[in-house]
Design a protein around this ligand. Sequence first.
Ligand code: BES
Ligand code: ZN
Ligand code: ZN
Length: 501
Amino acid sequence: MQITLRKAGQKPSPSQTLVVFVSSLDDKKKVSLPKMDKDLAKRIEEAVNDEAFSGKTKETLFFRQANSGGYHHLLAVGVGSAKGFSAESARQAAAHAHNSLRSHRIESAEIDLDSLMRFGKDKAVLLGAFTEGLRLSAYEFVEYKSKKDEKPPRPGKIGLLISGLNKSLETSFKEAEILAKRTNHARWLGDHSGNMLTPTLLADFVKDQAKGLPLKVTIWDKARIKKEKFGGLLGVSLGSSEEPRFIIMEYNGAPKGKKPVYFVGKGLTFDSGGISIKPSQSMDEMKHDMCGGAAVVGLMLALAELKAKVNVVGLVPATENMPGGSAIKPGDILVHRNGKTTEVLNTDAEGRLVLADALAYANESKPAAIFDCATLTGAIVVALGNIHTGFFVRDDKLAKRITDASEHTGEWLWRMPLVDFHADDMKGTHADLNNISSNKGAGSSTAAAFLEQFVDKDIPFAHFDVAGTAWNISNRVPYAPKKGASGVMVRTFVELAKSYF
Ligand code: BES
Ligand code: ZN
Ligand code: ZN
């Protein structure tokens, strides 16, 4: 799908569809129409009088062969009440417009963005959000279908018409394109099955994508992982015939002396549970267990393409968790990068084992902050469903920085508790730590408390559990695929990283 930004008021190109946005008014029988061709406006008004359209969110109205104002067809998209219209409303309006154009098999359209901009103040922000909404809606994972679906094709060309086009609008448009493209990359990685995206292939993808970008990628193989004393990552990989990989992505957009920020992502390309094997129902979903890692990959590629003025390092410990003959067994003790030991009481609590080494490694360079993102616990799904990503942080100031970032991107976050009691529950019996809690409940918090043992107390640290939000969120946002990876946290991480400018 090609999206171009154009000055409003130019002659429409032939055989086009015009898209306009309409808000509902409190008096239910009326809508607020934008400045537009009289004949086209009349058609919408007639539909409103017939009570066929009221401008509510999600409502769309399509007029085939409307033939006026230089346009063939007309699509009106409702945005609901103009009160409280936000960047997220623009993102969602874009999705409703895109999905409706697609269902009507429209190949090319011009979108009157002025009709949307009238509902908000900051044009650059709304344009960025709208562009993201379009690009994210166009994502689909059809790689492995040999026959095309009956589904209508995506629109091929979209023109965004806007008055007062200037540099800041153009920049916002370009940045949104990058953010959405890299979010779609994170989805694409997440949607790949275990056999099609092994740790080796994930590392190859990152290397390949980084070509031509100011992003240094270093890949450690199994021998190097062992040599570097990543006992958790190595231990989890032992039950699989696939080799693990440790992916290091370094981006320097700020002067060398500036401390970097680290992002660590769980990269389990498949999690069977290992010897503590998972039930077979929905086990296929565990191909998504690298979505935290995919978010970090998306973040790093986006930062490099945006030329953000920050120093950031992305780390992805990648492996499968399988129950092969050499697999770690319940009771086994692993020695991590920093010398701390863990007794593995449940091999399905493997995410924390591989993250521990990566966190300890990040900690060695005394960075400005360390963040990690992981599909870590089923418990977070119980607590927050697929609505909020749970985050865990001791420091209130850092919590505020995180929520500020998410307010820009419209991704919903919820701060979860993390206190010393949680850490007490992870204390080891025969080793320093156990990999599961010695008490019932609070499984997401005790997992977070395990992770923080690998970061020095004076280094700001936050953990994001995306087990509930990393896939199947189309019931929450119309720009996510019906089924599949959501690409959650890429956009918020970019915002968070940029806050260290
Ligand atoms: N990858 C899973 C967590 C998960 C569960 C992600 C559901 C997405 C949806 C993780 O490795 C895991 O299995 N965690 C265990 C930990 C438990 C054994 C302490 C869990 O949450 O059940
Ligand atoms: Zn697991
Ligand atoms: Zn897992």
